[in-house]
Write a new protein. Sequence first.
Length: 173
Amino acid sequence: MQTFIVLLRGINVGGHNKLPMKDLVPLLKSNHYQDISTYIQTGNIVLSAKHNPEQDIKKLITLNFGFTPSVFVISVSDFSTAVTNNPYQNFDGKLVHLYFCQAPIQLNLEKTQKWQSSTESYHIADNVFYLHAPDGIGRSKLVANIESCLGQAGTGRNLNTINKITMMLEDNK
């Protein structure tokens, strides 16, 4: 068995794509996943599986909840590297966001410069986009247009959530 971090994108937002973790966990257990931990209702899961669970989890959610979310599966090694590479670790956790993508990021600099505010800074390492947004992300034009800048879908988590997932991994050992 291998441990994976599973990040679900676009669930439980604005009353759409409802997926209570209390309903998902027993479903995962009945499909032979083990050591399952979740954090808040936005789709942060740590679990053990024999193989990458991306397609299986998509199928389970589609069949049981009626929609197909984007599912980002990250190995413990890749997640640890992403945490280590974060240049904004010492900033307020709600003002730092990590956006995970499926493939290495080929940033559209023209769009990024168009939308980036003077206070925002970013860093890219492979398939992770790190953003420090000291004014928050609620009104950030860069965040509102992030996928057009990244050139692909991604899912973001603030540093507080990343730190909680790190603690979940420690508990899972």
